[in-house]
Ligand binder design. Sequence first.
Ligand SMILES: *[C@@H]1O[C@H](CO)[C@@H](O)[C@H](O)[C@H]1NC(C)=O
Ligand SMILES: *[C@@H]1O[C@H](CO)[C@@H](O)[C@H](O)[C@H]1NC(C)=O
Ligand SMILES: *[C@@H]1O[C@H](CO)[C@@H](O)[C@H](O)[C@H]1NC(C)=O
Ligand SMILES: *[C@@H]1O[C@H](CO)[C@@H](O)[C@H](O)[C@H]1NC(C)=O
Ligand SMILES: *[C@@H]1O[C@H](CO)[C@@H](O)[C@H](O)[C@H]1NC(C)=O
Length: 406
Amino acid sequence: MADTRSWTWRAFAPMQFVYLLVSFLAVSNTAALEPEGGTSYNHTDDEPQRRTFSTSHAHKSLEVFTAHLPSRSAWSTRSRQLRSQAPAASGDHARQLAWRSIFKNVSDYYDRGIVLVVGADATAEFTSIQDAIDQVPEFNTKRVTIYVKSGIYEEKVIIPASKPYVTLQGEGRNRTIISWHDTAAAAGTLMSASVIVESDHFIARDISFKNTAHAPVPNITNMQAAAIRISGDKAFLLRCNFYSHQDTLYDHQGRHYYFRCFIQGSEDFVFGAARSLFQRCVLHSIAHGDGGALVAQGKNFPGSIRMPSGFSFLQCHIKGTGMPYLGRAWGQYSTVVYSRCQIDANIRPVGWYDWGLREREWTAYLGQFKCTGRGANSTGRVSWSRELTPEEARPFQSVQFVDGPW
Ligand SMILES: *[C@@H]1O[C@H](CO)[C@@H](O)[C@H](O)[C@H]1NC(C)=O
Ligand SMILES: *[C@@H]1O[C@H](CO)[C@@H](O)[C@H](O)[C@H]1NC(C)=O
Ligand SMILES: *[C@@H]1O[C@H](CO)[C@@H](O)[C@H](O)[C@H]1NC(C)=O
Ligand SMILES: *[C@@H]1O[C@H](CO)[C@@H](O)[C@H](O)[C@H]1NC(C)=O
Ligand SMILES: *[C@@H]1O[C@H](CO)[C@@H](O)[C@H](O)[C@H]1NC(C)=O
């Protein structure tokens, strides 16, 4: 349980402070959300729901489209755009509404803008995702969709802050995989991620992110290896998978919404100081023995519960091996709430860890609300663990937690 990343935290405290100020200035919106329901996690439909976006149709259009594209060097002169059709109405309105609720204007989501195709075959313009990203104009104000065909892309991908409105669209999370293998020892925790997103308005869907670095071994430090880091604001991730061991999902800063994602790791595998809603996601622990920790939340400044950072896990499924903590108080005001989750993992009875700092027990906000499953049993929890009342839980129950809709 060594505090192997305290250096990272100190290095980023000034950035957190700036973010705090920005957050206080941000206008928060209110809007209706998914109807309240019980724990309605659906174990069987975690796989790509292709029908909601008609991928096969889109794919076909893309092939026709790309066949007539000018050469790569002429990209900047292209004016043609491919606009996708809104999906046909599906029977499952509740599910669709859940993720559509994040966009004020759903066209912002359905409109793919300019489409660049990455793949190995002749219809693709790029063989590397980074090559495609390098072609996105700086400070663009319109969406650019990087359509990544099925395949394993072994590369490190960086989307700089100057390139907002980028969508990474895969062909299914079992089919499109981005994989790299940097560790904190090689690159620092911040730069260890296989995919680094520093820009705002990022969208990813139907794609897997992996860091294949070796699992941490005893007495060797800095084996943290993130699969993705998201440092931009207003990121939306739909049906994405994240794989690593320690520090899989570096949810660094900004407001993020994850819907139906799958996150695998052994220790702190969701961590950072972002303000994020994880809805209908799966947290899969691969910790050994009696070890492990699901999340480490880094809120380090006071403020109301909604500001400026915290993790809300809503209707998620928590499963896997080891005996993980629900969370570790990485920040002085660490904020993590599990609501209506199905907790099947063998959670360490105490539930939470104060990072060895007693004073965090007074300021951290770590709790659960209406969770089910054996790991939800709150007998044996630390005295500072919270069982939220409906009133206390309300801010964590909708996209309003991340100031949605955007
Ligand atoms: C779960 O999802 C599957 C596949 O989409 C569907 O057939 C089934 O009816 C769903 N079950 C519930 C309880 O929503
Ligand atoms: C929604 O976005 C589309 C495309 O960006 C735009 O044409 C339309 O006017 C917007 N609608 C509203 C109500 O803002
Ligand atoms: C995707 O991969 C997972 C894990 O390997 C597997 O359980 C699942 O069935 C796969 N889904 C599809 C649609 O192939
Ligand atoms: C790790 O270090 C501790 C103390 O330094 C030592 O007791 C232990 O045997 C070491 N474990 C391994 C696997 O090297
Ligand atoms: C919760 O755990 C305690 C202690 O292990 C046990 O006595 C109790 O029966 C459990 N409660 C439920 C509802 O499983």
